[in-house]
Design a protein around this ligand. Structure first.
Ligand code: IPE
Ligand code: IPE
Ligand code: MG
Length: 250
């Protein structure tokens, strides 16, 4: 009988990232492979998100940021954009109470302008309801773009009369949508594309990357665990030397 590889178990993790960010890509391809409309892929992707949120809680991840709708995604057909907006509303309606009970804090990064008023109210309500939770901080990047975020930050700094000499790395970070959130340690992109697509371009400066060909709706707990095991074997150097070379003669 052919033996199947044993499932990786959580105890193998020697180092767990504090903050994971995910570019949840591949819903459209997942649907196409099954002869389904693209929105069916987005629905399957949303179902998967529930599993991944739970797995993050299980693995003691503190921050999870998910890229769900980019500033560039407005360029898709109106039917798809409206469908995605409707899915977010449904998710808030159906999942909010349970997420709240589980201690998940919801935060939004991106701009609320341009979203319909009902959705804006729902997002604000979800953020307010869960503000004291701290089991997992879930940042939903919706109508988010990294360049847009930096433009907003520069405008706000100018409005606040910040002087040139006051501008530092740390100050810029405080003006971003992600103020108060540590930079991501690990960025996962599903479905194989090797690009950043305007996601966390400032915050990703020293993130570790993990790209998998698996399409987002199929990226389950085991796949997340594989990414975490891979991460736990990486050595992060931040421009310095490996730890075993740090004290030797130059
Ligand atoms: C990611 O899946 C979800 C969003 C961008 C909203 P895609 O819709 O980009 O799926 P592909 O890349 O077409 O397969
Ligand atoms: C990135 O995926 C945006 C989200 C996952 C929300 P896209 O599918 O929009 O990115 P590109 O167009 O392939 O770069
Ligand atoms: Mg895509």
């Amino acid at each position: 009988m052919e033996s199947t590889p044993a499932a990786v178990s959580a105890p193998e993790l020697t180092k767990v990232p504090t903050h994971i960010a995910i570019i949840m890509d591949g819903n459209g391809r997942w649907a196409r492979q099954r002869g389904l409309p693209r929105l069916a892929g987005h629905r399957a992707g949303t179902e998967n998100l529930r599993r991944i949120i739970r797995a993050c809680v299980e693995f003691n991840i503190k921050y999870l940021t998910i890229y769900a709708f980019s500033t560039e995604n407005w360029g898709r057909p109106e039917e798809e954009v409206n469908g995605l907006m409707a899915i977010l509303e449904e998710v808030i309606d159906k999942e909010l109470d349970e997420l709240h009970r589980e201690g998940v804090r919801l935060q939004h990064i991106g701009r609320l302008e341009r979203l319909n008023p009902t959705l804006v109210e729902k997002v604000k309500y979800a953020v307010e309801l869960t503000r004291d939770n701290d089991r997992l901080i879930l940042n939903i990047a919706w109508n988010y773009g990294g360049r847009d975020e930096i433009v907003c930050a520069i405008r706000k700094m100018i409005e606040d009369g910040i002087r040139p000499e006051e501008v530092t790395d740390e100050l810029v970070s405080r003006y971003l949508f992600t103020a108060g959130i540590p930079d991501p340690d690990l960025i996962i992109r599903t479905s194989g594309e090797m690009r950043i697509s305007n996601f966390l371009i400032w915050q990703a400066a020293y993130a570790e990357w993990y790209v998998t060909p698996t399409l987002w709706p199929d990226f389950d707990r085991e796949e997340l665990l594989k990414a975490l095991v891979d991460y736990s074997r990486r050595e992060r150097r931040f421009g310095r030397l490996p730890t075993d070379e740090c004290c030797s003669e130059v």
